[in-house]
Design a protein around this ligand. Structure first.
Ligand code: B3K
Ligand code: ZN
Length: 865
């Protein structure tokens, strides 16, 4: 399979002046007619330049160039390209072809989800609809006519504005849409179906009256109001924070059940995974509510960062994704608790991006090459990309950053640009040179920073020495030092600030910063708010960490201190297990935990994060060789020991966080629930009848999904009998709600009970399960493979065998999602020899298949390299 390389980028030799699409939707097929107005770009084409368009696997039924009907010999067409050997300088081309959306299980291009026909084009799905130059730097105005049966498809949607509609013979009707903004084809969208709509309006700051419409299946329309509220919040926020106004009279969102990604920002017609639209307190958890708010905002923000200004080529993906994630993170921070949002984002980065960057998929935020672009919608491009933007924001400060953004919008509106263009405007407004900083885009890997303190008693000076190093990897055999911002402040034993926070910059391997006239008991608080995406090791003792956990003036650093204490303790326990010593938990840790739990001044949402043990999947990143069983045993022992020692405190806090009204989704109510459910999870992990009864009581009497689901999860680990009866009850109650049934699958997939693999296998044949729906596959198979280490990594290899077999089955119908699932094998070299051999065997079996998709081939072959 061919590798596409950034260094081979060439502009398209033609300009597309207009695209007119006609979709004639019939019972078992759709006929697409594309009318292109094109001309040669004199800068790149001469009389010998052929026209080469991308094309998927479908049959062409007619081609008209100008007034000439072309015969099959006069154009060339195969499964990948459509070619005209020669064209005039200016010409019109009309191509008609037949699609079978009902047979499209890959969910890219035009496909059916239930009774709805819809599209997904990013990254390169548009070529499966009609031959086109399927690349983001080819921008054109589109119009789109949809013709369909009026009963089956009463609603016909596309991008932009509705300009005409009407009835036709045979119970058919049509709608014509025009998008006045030039766009790349990956932003094209079409929806046809029998949908209900929730309508609202928004008036922009300059007075434009925008109609807002959220569409879903009729039975779910009552679940769309949180999405609508979130959309209006996002529109208002983007005006206030970035001066960005919406630019059409209509903004539409459609909820779809079968979707490979979370959502898609098509111009004026977002298509969403129903999971990120539908919610009410009975069926969605507080985390779901936050997720919806964030994703609705993210897609809305793309209208400026992604759509109005788009990408020169796919290598620049982080230009829209990193920036838009940064924007949605800032939005969620302004709407909710900023420190808690920061903790959630960093935890996610450490749990998923750090490992990605240390394995076979490691790539710079701007990758140099790909086989399938779909494989590069990664944590690195998105989340690390957002951290890189955040560092620019730190280096420039809020005002200059905003000036840079304003200049970016002014200079590049309507264009397809690069990361250099973005960083360039930041250099212009700040007068700074960001050449070294740009390494964050071109060099892969997570820098490791060590920080040591030297205190001079005679002079009263504290020196902080920072050293950075980044391990060589497949992308660069030698790493240059990164330009790393670090926010530092100094605090005393009373927890008071003695030196205000300031920004320092690391540009060389080693830097020492000296602070004069400070006393010996001063603590530095470094990398406040996680100033840079680096691994940090310090010379802090566990006593120091316990102090910082209680008194650091930055809540993020309090959280980090707590997590570091937990990790240190778990490392000690793992050593004890491996050397056959008895496990004990240090009294200092128990005390620090207890003090935090009793600190009534602390924000409850924050506490629920700080006092949660790191997950096994996060802990593994702190070990060179991952000992799955020892990590599991150590973490379980620590959790049970804390619960046994602090039982009465945990119960007290559980009671104090008595729920606000169950349908209250205010920040305070969510915070109470999160701390309450953390206490319940600790209490429920000790095999004690009283605690079990408490969990069961919450499960049975919960007034919302947050509480019900929290208790359900705890029950799923207790005993097979308790798990089974909880599963039965939950299923009986929610079987008609497909998104809730996803939760039911995922809880069972993550159970620690012995028979989990057999249960999961059984569930693949359950009547509510299907490999054709990505949400179902994620709920059951991904959850098992990614979040249930002791069972996926069973020493007998059966977990691997099961997942590999599912990956191959999925690859036959949905290559994008199959390749994503295969990431569970990526770190195979980090396990013990037995598991290494077993995992490698599965990778080799996959590699040996005759018909592997390009997507899966790329993941498997990188893993085996
Ligand atoms: N831009 C889309 C990603 C589509 C996934 C393509 N495989 C979602 C987003 O980031 O907003
Ligand atoms: Zn995005």
């Amino acid at each position: 399979h061919k590798k596409i390389q950034l260094k081979d980028y060439r502009p398209f030799a033609f300009i597309v002046d207009h695209v007119d699409l006609i979709f004639d939707i019939r019972e078992d097929h759709t006929r697409v007619t594309s009318k292109l107005k094109m001309r040669k770009d004199p800068a790149w084409a001469d009389e010998t330049t052929p026209l080469v368009l991308n094309k998927g696997k479908f049959d062409i039924i007619s081609v008209v160039a100008g007034d000439m009907v072309l015969l099959p010999g006069e154009y060339k067409s195969d499964d990948e390209t459509f070619t005209l050997a020669a064209t005039p300088d200016v010409f019109e081309l009309e191509i008609a072809n037949i699609l079978k959306p009902d047979e499209n299980t890959a969910l890219e291009g035009l496909y059916r989800s239930g009774s709805i026909l819809c599209t997904q084009c990013e990254a390169q799905g548009f070529r499966n609809i009609t031959p086109y130059s399927d690349r983001p730097d080819v921008m054109a105005p589109f119009s789109c006519t949809i013709v369909a049966d009026k009963t089956r498809y009463p609603i016909l949607l596309s991008n932009g504005n509705p300009v005409k509609s009407g009835d036709l013979d045979d119970n058919r009707h049509f709608a014509v849409w025009e998008d006045p903004f030039k766009k790349p084809c990956y932003l094209f969208a079409l929806v046809a179906g029998d949908l209900a709509v929730l309508e609202d309006r928004f008036t922009t700051s300059s007075g434009r009256d925008v109609a807002l419409k959220i569409y879903s299946e009729k039975e779910n329309i009552a679940l769309c109001s949180h999405a609508m509220t979130s959309l209006k919040q996002a529109m208002a926020w983007d005006e206030k924070r970035f001066g960005r106004e919406y630019d059409l009279d209509l903004y539409q969102i459609v909820a779809i059940n079968d979707f490979n990604a979370g959502a898609m920002e098509n111009k004026g017609l977002n298509i969403f995974n129903a999971k990120y639209v539908l919610a009410d307190p009975q069926t969605a958890t507080d985390d779901d509510f936050m997720g919806i708010q964030g994703v609705i905002a993210h897609e809305y923000f793309h209208n400026w960062t992604g759509n109005r200004i788009t990408l020169k080529n796919w290598f620049q993906l982080s230009l829209k994704e990193g920036l838009t994630v940064f924007r949605d993170q800032e939005f969620s921070s302004d709407m909710n608790s900023r420190p808690v949002k920061r903790i959630i984002d960093v935890k996610n980065l450490m749990a998923a991006q750090f490992p990605e960057d240390s394995g076979p998929m490691t790539h710079p935020v701007r990758p140099d090459s790909y086989i399938k672009m779909d494989n590069f919608y990664t944590m690195t491009v998105y989340e690390k990309g957002a951290e890189v933007i955040r560092m620019i924001y730190q280096l420039l400060g809020q005002d200059l950053f905003r000036q840079g953004m304003d200049l970016y919008f002014e200079k590049f509106d309507g264009m397809a640009v690069t990361l250099e263009d973005f960083v360039g405007v930041m250099e212009t407004v700040s007068g700074r040179n960001l050449d070294q900083f740009f390494l964050w885009y071109t060099q892969s890997g997570t820098p490791e920073i060590s920080m040591t303190r030297q205190y001079n008693d005679n002079t009263g000076s504290l020196s902080l020495t920072f050293t950075q190093s980044t391990s060589p990897d497949r992308n660069q055999s030698e790493k240059k030092p990164f330009h790393i911002p670090v926010r530092i402040s100094l605090i005393n034993r009373a927890g008071e600030t003695v030196k205000q926070e300031a920004l320092y910059e690391l540009t060389q391997e080693t830097h020492t910063f000296k602070f004069e006239n400070v006393s010996a008991d001063i603590y530095p608080s470094v990398f406040r708010e996680f100033t840079a995406p680096v691994r940090l090791s310090t010379d802090f003792s566990d006593q120091d960490l316990a102090f910082l956990m209680a008194r650091d003036t930055d809540p993020f650093n309090q959280w980090r201190a707590a997590q570091t204490l937990f990790i240190n303790e778990i490392k000690n326990l793992v050593t004890a297990i491996r050397t056959g010593r008895a496990m004990t938990v240090s009294s200092g840790l128990i005390q620090a935990f207890s003090l935090a739990l009793e600190d009534r001044k602390k924000d409850r949402a924050f506490l629920s994060k700080a006092l949660a043990l790191p997950l096994e999947t996060e802990i593994k990143d702190h070990f060179e060789i991952i000992d799955v069983e020892a990590i599991h045993q150590a973490r379980t022992f620590l959790k049970q020991t804390l619960a046994k020692n602090l039982e009465s405190e945990l119960k007290t806090v559980y009671e104090i966080c008595r729920p606000a009204p169950p349908d209250d989704i205010s920040g305070a109510a969510m915070a109470d629930r999160s701390l309450k459910n953390l206490c319940l999870a600790y209490l429920g992990c000790v095999p004690d009848k009283g605690n079990q009864a408490l969990v069961l009581k919450q499960f049975e009497n919960a007034g919302n999904m947050t509480d019900e689901f929290a208790a359900f999860k705890i029950l799923s680990h207790m005993t097979p009998e308790m798990r089974d009866s909880a599963c039965q009850a939950f299923y009986n109650k929610w079987q008609a709600r497909t998104l809730v049934i996803d939760k039911w699958f995922s809880v069972q997939a993550q159970s620690r009970l012995k028979d989990t693999l057999d249960q999961v296998k059984q569930l693949t044949t359950h009547k509510n399960f299907t490999m054709a729906n990505p949400n179902k596959v994620r709920a059951l198979i991904f959850a098992f493979a990614m979040n249930n280490p002791i069972h996926f990594h069973r020493a007998d290899g059966q977990g691997y065998e099961f997942v590999a077999e599912r990956i191959l089955a999925l690859d036959k119908i949905n290559h994008q999602t199959a390749a994503r699932l295969c990431a569970c094998f990526n770190l195979w070299k980090r396990y013990d020899e037995n598991r290494r051999i077993l995992m490698k065997r599965q990778l080799e079996t996959m590699a040996g298949q005759k018909t592997l998709s390009k997507n899966l081939y790329e993941i498997v072959s990188r893993a085996l390299e």
